[in-house]
Design a protein around this ligand. Structure first.
Ligand code: FES
Ligand SMILES: [Fe+2]
Length: 321
C-alpha cells in the first residue's frame, strides 16, 4: 500500500545530472520516474535526455552507446538517434522505419545542472528555472556536493522547510524558528529566522529559500557569514528519491575561514539529513492532519503543492489543514 495519496511523480523540472558529469561526446545512463533514461552530450555541446531503450530490438542506449556528431548510436546495431529522439541513420538499411523513435525529454541546462521536464500528461514546460548568480560568481566558493538516496516523496521532503516545530524536536535547535511561506505561482518562497551551526557555535540568522516546483530549490543563509545551498530532488522509481545538495560560502578574507564555514554548514545539514531520514522513510501522509497553532505554514504549502499533480484529487489536503 502506498504511503502517499498522490502520484510518486509530480510535474515539474528535475535534475538528472550535474553538467560536468556529462562531458562533450559522453553518454550517461540514469533511472528516474521509474524509467531508464540516457543523457548524452553532442559534439556541439548540447545535452539531451532520451528514453533509454532502443525502439529497434531494445538495447539500452546508455550502456555502450556512443555519441556520433550530435546523435547517439545504439551499441546493438548502430542505429542513430538525434536529440529529438528521431532515428537519423540505420547503417545497413535503405529506409528508416517511421516508428523508429524514442521519447526525448524537454531538457534545460542551467546553474551547472541538466534538468528534465516531467509531466504526467506529456504537457510542455509550464514554468522556467532562474539563473542563480552565486553559482558562477567568484565571490562565492566552489560548490561542494553531497548526495543521498531516501525512501520518501518530493512533497514530504519539501514540507520539512515549512514544518517549523520539527526543527526544535528533531534537530535540537534552541527554539522553534518563525517561518513564513508565500505562494508565487510555481514558486514557494519560505523565510525563517533561526539559529544554525558555525565553528563558533550556534548563531542567529535568517534563511530565505525558494522552491521552483518540487525538483529545484535554493536556500540562502544570512548571518555573520553567508552561505548558499542549491538542491535538487528527483524521484527515482516511486519508492526512492535522489537528493543532490550543493553548498557555497561567500568568501571571507582568508581561504581557511571560508573552508571552515563551509565544512560547518555541511556538517550541520548532514546531521539534519540523518535526523530527518528515519522519519521520512517510515511516516505516512495524512490528508487531514491534526494541526495546532504553532505548526507553521503547512496549509499554505499544501495548497501550493496541488498545482504539480495532474489528477484533480491529489495533494488537496491543504483545504483541511
Ligand atoms: S537494438 Fe538498437 S540498433 Fe538494434
Ligand atoms: Fe528537517
Amino acid at each position: 500500500m502506498s504511503r502517499f495519496p498522490f502520484t510518486p511523480f509530480p510535474n515539474g523540472w528535475f535534475v538528472v545530472a550535474y553538467s560536468d558529469e556529462v562531458a562533450q561526446g559522453e553518454v550517461s545512463p540514469c533511472t528516474y520516474f521509474g524509467r531508464e533514461l540516457v543523457i548524452f552530450r553532442g559534439e556541439d555541446g548540447e545535452a539531451h535526455v532520451l528514453d533509454a531503450y532502443c525502439p529497434h530490438l531494445g538495447a539500452h542506449l546508455g550502456i555502450g552507446g556512443k555519441v556520433v556528431e550530435n546523435s547517439i548510436e545504439c551499441p546493438f546495431h548502430a542505429w542513430r538517434f538525434d536529440g529529438a529522439g528521431s532515428c537519423v541513420a540505420v547503417p545497413y538499411a535503405k529506409r528508416i522505419p517511421p516508428t523508429a523513435r524514442v521519447r526525448a525529454w524537454p531538457t534545460l541546462e542551467r546553474n551547472g545542472r541538466i534538468m528534465v521536464w516531467y509531466h504526467a500528461d506529456g504537457r510542455e514546460p509550464e514554468f522556467d528555472i532562474p539563473v542563480l548568480p552565486e553559482v558562477e560568481d567568484d565571490a562565492w566558493s566552489e560548490g561542494e556536493r553531497r548526495r543521498w538516496k531516501i525512501r520518501s516523496h518530493n512533497q514530504e521532503m519539501a514540507e520539512n522547510s515549512v514544518d517549523c516545530a520539527h526543527f526544535r524536536y528533531v534537530h535540537g535547535t534552541l527554539s522553534v524558528p518563525e517561518t513564513e511561506a508565500k505562494e508565487n505561482g510555481p514558486v514557494l518562497e519560505v523565510m525563517s529566522k533561526t539559529k544554525f551551526g558555525t565553528p563558533k557555535g550556534e548563531m542567529e540568522g535568517s534563511i530565505s529559500s525558494a522552491m521552483h516546483g518540487f525538483g529545484f530549490n535554493w536556500v540562502r543563509f544570512t548571518g555573520i557569514v553567508e552561505t548558499f545551498l542549491v538542491s535538487g530532488i528527483t524521484p527515482i522509481d516511486g519508492e526512492y528519491v535522489d537528493v543532490r545538495f550543493e553548498f557555497r560560502v561567500k568568501k571571507l578574507g582568508n581561504a581557511d575561514a571560508t573552508k571552515g564555514v563551509g565544512a560547518a554548514l555541511i556538517r550541520d545539514i548532514e546531521k539534519q539529513m540523518a535526523e530527518d531520514t528515519p522519519i521520512w522513510e517510515n511516516k505516512v501522509f495524512h490528508e487531514r492532519p491534526a494541526l495546532c497553532d504553532g505548526d507553521g505554514p503547512i496549509a499554505v504549502f499544501r495548497r501550493w503543492c496541488q498545482q504539480f499533480y495532474s489528477e484533480p484529487d491529489s495533494g488537496q489536503s491543504g483545504r483541511a489543514a
